[in-house]
Design a binder for this molecule. Sequence first.
Ligand code: GLN
Length: 493
Amino acid sequence: MKLYENTAAALSRMLTKEEVSAVEVAQSFLERIGDLDPLLKAFVTQTPDIALKMAADVDQRRKQGESLHPLAGVPIAIKDNICTEGIKTTCASRILSNYIPPFDATVVRALKAVGMPLLGKTNMDEFAMGSSTENSAFFTSRNPWDTGRVPGGSSGGSAVAVAAGMAPLALGSDTGGSVRQPASFCGLIGLRPTYGLVSRYGLIAFASSLDQIGPLALTAEDAAMLLGVIAGYDRLDSTSLPEDVPDYHRELETDIRGIRIGLIRENVDQQFDREVNAAVKKMLTVLEQNGAVIGEVSMPLTDYGLSAYYLIAPSEASSNLGRYDGVRYGYQSAGRHLEEMFSNTRGEGFGAEVKRRIMIGTYALSAGYYDAYYLKAMQVRTMIRRDYETAFKSYDLILGATTPTPAFKIGEKTDDPLQMYLSDVCNINDALAGIPSISVPTGLHSSGLPMGMQISAPPSGEKLLLKVAYFLDGQSRAFPQRPQLKTSEGGCN
Ligand code: GLN
């Protein structure tokens, strides 16, 4: 077995026992990136020198007898909307294509503090607006299970990196599904934490009341380890939760007896792919056979949630993206006077989807329409939160499909933004409610593509989510975890 084929937990054990060095581990992933990234295009920026230097540092500290964090020496890939000091952070946008942050995001500081070597920055939809990486200003990442298909988005590059063995772990961000949907399309675990659990400081803002950074991993155990590193109160984020964080990894266990789980009727809709729904129901049977108490729940506001999200997120984006004027940082165009320079900078710097959202948001917030659109959407948001509160009176967890279909073809939805928006239908409401939600693999579709199931919990329910995901990891890995991939030499995996 090659080093890059290991989970983060396995690498951690090997590193701790000094069976391998952090430099060897980093080299293995860097070679894999060299082999596969030209085909799969997961990375916007690769940072091999930084990875090797950080790895060498970990090896040295270990040699000196320092006691290190279990993830010391386990490398990671980071979505390109998370600021990294001295490393380009582009948001996959032309307007930030040369932006080098002078500071680290709080999560990056945390990764560095435990000694996780940074492999590079991953591709995404521009400003995290999208579901496929096709809105990247640079290129589209490819799904390693079928390179003619999208990996999902907006954290598509991060998902590709982990699924293809180019990184054992990655960070994504989830505003309305961008960690969970690519996880589902690429056969991974993807966790959206409770709003406020992980600091947003240094995460380039899309929709601040929704944005959360979350882990993409091969297993629930790996996700738990990474969440433990990035979670926790941060005074630099005004919406950070002032709560103690449990040791997610140490507290993992598989006894699921007595957990009350509700199947969300609307998230196994008749219009969804039949196999996707059947796989969710099969998992539910496994849970029931092992002692979980199963029932059904209706979340009738699901469709309204989608409409509300596509008003609230663009409204916040239209305000957040006002800062890109070509003066303070990022791309600057020419103009005969200041206003023309602003206009040219923004006209040339933003892609079509970003412009569409800025226009929708500006419209929804404008004087005559605020009450009809933004305010209404916020009222729907409150109703959705209440629906969850009601559901969680009867159930500890609720679940359904992560996505209506497996990964779609590249180009299939690019001409129809509405179809693209609809692909997020299962992922939006949890985000609006601020609750944690995890996508776990449910098996392979007859087309050979992975499928996923999404489990949601009340605020701060990550421990329970990870426990059920960990249990399912142990039960249902009857399908291959890794895509069969042709490398540039034509060999397999
Ligand atoms: N696909 C959704 C959108 O386009 C969600 C994006 C995200 O979570 N960043 O807004």
